[in-house]
Ligand binder design. Structure first.
Ligand code: 9MJ
Length: 694
């Protein structure tokens, strides 16, 4: 009996003809949409909608089919998983089907999963194995006598594509297994993915070559693996982690398989196959949730994309008892993270003006829940990005929010483009002050030329001036600055020093006490240091370290004000662009006036007594900086070290006195250890700076 006939026999509800025709039309529409999006995802590697949207449609169809089983047809997308195999590659029949995983989205579902296993085993004595769920492509590697002979994609689980020549180019996959105790035939299963860094670099290269960029690392990995020319695949930074085995055969029948999933992975590792380092044995569903939370916290730091974690029954014997449901094991489940991409409508594009006048287009969105929060704004970076993505006002767009990164608009969904959309062009004038907006020297962003005449730039300049590392005016928050500028209580930074407590206490939500406190902090900020004052002025590209270097080099503000670009380049770490920015800043009359006003409001700092070079605390010490720093940029750290008299070198040798090693320091740290050179971490360096604060 055919499946449909069997289903018809079970038909629970007789439908009226009208309702039935409505439902049939609805189901057909869902088939059409799902087939279209599945083709884009699996065959073209160019999905148009995020996975969540696809899942929503899929669940809608599943739910209709569950309610009215007579509507299930053999060609329903729910009866088939995966995409069509491309004709260009040889097809490979998987002797042992490649399984997919059931999904769970909540702790409750994980508790249920654990209960179901307990019921099947008839006891609760089982371990689970937890591993990250890599967002790549499932692959099967076939080793014969330890030699890689075939690599096939999962395809629809039964039939995949032969991508051996491309997989052979992946450096982490051994062409020959290590050791000699491997079975005659070994099928290894895992996920091929593109690490985040490689993905960024690949997209940059695509942009430079005027070629299409990839939407995400998964598409980039799929596109790379499906290259007919394996030289192109070889140039793509692919990687793999193994998470299971398929067929295992040996001369004397079956090779003894390890008794647990964790031992199998250890064995694979021993044979030289790459295994994800983040895996862990857990004892109950609560430990699963703790693992999920810890991996979610780490997610943005991991060098590869994951979209959840997977829990598997660890004992192979127990896996066999628990069994399978159609195409997925009952002994495993994927616990998915909240989606990082969602679809919503782009209602408008506003232009924001930054402190240095940079104009940034910001998309205003119909609120959408993505990455665990509701997002209403997303950056569009600049006009070139808008043009490249082809986004128009009114479009349905894909919004991405990964970790704590500012949400961004990835692309429009062209099949959903309404009749009336509006092409956006960056205004030629600043939307706030009306001054001309210019694109200087090939910069991606255009800038308002209004300088401190522009209220938006003034607000940002005042916020910067008051910030902690600048004049440190406690209690003067961003909102307050905006209100003060809007109410024309202040026009520039120097006006802060003539504010009265009465004026402040008349502002919204400001009582007498907070007004008094603010006046006190403004007063206290007058006693500052020259480096802080220079930094507070907000000269383009003059950060804390450059401000410190300038102060130390010239000692007097008046000397910096009159220095020419050529001379400024004698200051450590000041190059031609920064020198030009400094000279231009001080040559502008309105900046000169503001500085005069500031000084007349009795801002003061202790005189800097320049030490002779050999009196400096790190005089002639050869220091190497390596690894990444979290509290300051490497350039800023270098500038400070130079100010303290050190010679900062790029390579470790016998002449090196000290290596400062930040996070993920590599070969330089290793060399320092080999040469027995003193090593200091970032915290040590910060203490050193504090000790010798200039
Ligand atoms: C991924 N995608 O990382 C499985 N997977 O196990 C892991 N996928 C899997 N396991 C059985 N870690 C079928 C699929």
């Amino acid at each position: 009996m055919s499946k449909t006939a069997a289903i018809k026999k079970k038909l629970p509800i007789e439908l009226s003809d009208v309702k039935k025709s409505d439902l049939v039309a609805q189901v057909q529409q869902l088939h059409k949409s799902l087939n279209y999006h599945s083709h884009r995802y699996y065959v073209l590697d160019d999905p148009e909608i995020p996975d969540v949207e696809y899942d929503k449609l899929f669940r809608q169809l599943e739910s209709l089919e569950a309610q009215y089983p007579e509507l299930i047809s053999l060609d329903s997308p729910t009866q088939r998983v995966g995409g069509k195999v491309l004709e260009n590659f040889q097809q490979v029949l998987h002797e042992m089907p490649m399984l997919s995983l059931s999904n769970a989205f909540s702790s409750d579902e994980i508790e249920d999963f654990s209960k179901r296993i307990g019921e099947r085993l008839e006891h609760d004595d089982f371990e689970l194995f937890a591993e990250p769920k890599l967002d790549g492509l499932a692959i099967s590697l076939r080793y014969e006598k330890g030699i890689l002979v075939q690599a096939a994609t999962r395809g629809d689980g039964q039939t995949g594509e032969d991508v051996t020549s491309n997989v052979r180019t992946i450096k982490t996959i051994p062409l020959r297994l290590s050791g000699n105790d491997f079975p005659k035939i070994l099928e290894v299963r895992g996920e091929i993915f593109m690490p985040k860094k490689g993905f960024e670099q690949l997209n940059q290269t695509q942009i430079n070559n005027d070629e299409k960029t990839f939407a995400n690392p998964r598409n980039a990995a799929a596109g790379s693996l499906r290259q007919l020319d394996s030289k192109i695949a070889a140039s793509r930074p692919l990687d793999m982690f193994c998470y299971g085995i398929g067929i295992v055969e040996d001369e004397n029948e079956n090779h003894p398989i390890e008794s647990t999933h964790s031992l199998i992975l250890q064995q694979l590792k021993y044979w030289g196959l790459p295994i994800c380092p983040e895996v862990k044995i857990v004892n109950n569903w609560q430990e699963c949730i703790a693992y999920y939370d810890s991996i979610l916290l780490k997610r943005s730091e991991l060098p590869y994309e994951i979209d959840g974690v997977v829990y598997k029954v660890n004992s192979i014997a127990q896996q066999q008892i628990v069994g399978f449901i159609s195409r997925a094991p009952r002994w495993a489940i994927a616990h998915k993270f909240p989606a990082e991409e969602a679809m919503t409508r782009l209602l408008n594009i506003d232009v924001q003006v930054g402190r240095t006048g940079a104009l940034t287009p910001v998309g205003r969105l119909e609120p959408v829940f993505v990455g665990g929060v509701t997002v209403t704004n997303a950056t569009l970076h600049n006009q070139s990005e808008i043009d490249r993505k082809g986004v128009r006002i009114g479009d349905m767009v894909i919004v991405r929010r990964a970790g704590d990164v500012i949400p961004e608009i990835v692309k429009p969904v062209l099949s959903k483009r309404p009749d009336k959309t509006q092409v956006f062009n960056m205004p030629e004038h600043c939307p706030i002050c009306g001054s001309l907006a210019e694109r200087i020297n090939d910069e991606a962003k255009s800038r308002c030329t209004g300088g401190l005449y522009c209220p938006a730039q003034r607000k940002e300049a005042i916020k910067h001036f008051a910030s902690r590392k600048a004049m440190d005016i406690d209690g003067l928050g961003d909102k307050l600055v905006e209100q003060m500028v809007d109410a024309e209580m202040i026009h520039d930074i120097s006006d802060l020093f003539s504010l009265s407590a009465e004026q402040i206490s008349n502002m919204e939500r400001m009582g007498e006490k907070s007004a008094d406190n603010l006046i006190k902090s403004i007063e206290a900020s007058k006693s500052t240091t020259l480096p802080r004052f220079i930094y507070a002025l907000g000269i383009r590209e003059v950060g804390e370290a450059t401000a410190l270097a300038l102060a130390n080099h010239y000692q007097l503000l008046s000397k910096i004000q009159t220095a020419k670009a050529e001379d400024l380049q004698n200051v450590p770490d000041v190059g031609p662009i920064v020198a030009h920015n400094i000279e231009t800043f001080f040559s502008q009359e309105h900046n000169d006036e503001v500085i005069k006003k500031l000084l007349s409001s009795s801002i003061h700092w202790p005189e800097i007594l320049k030490k002779e070079k050999d009196e400096l605390p790190l005089a002639d010490r050869v220091i190497v900086l390596t690894g990444s720093l979290s509290e300051m940029t490497r350039n800023d750290a270098k500038a400070r070290l130079i100010e303290l008299g050190a010679k900062v070198s790029g390579s470790v040798s016998k002449k090196t006195d000290l290596v400062i090693a930040g996070d993920k320091a590599g070969s330089k740290l290793k060399k320092a250890e080999e040469l027995d050179i003193e090593v200091m971490d970032e915290a040590g360096m910060l203490l050193l700076f504090k000790k010798y604060e200039l």
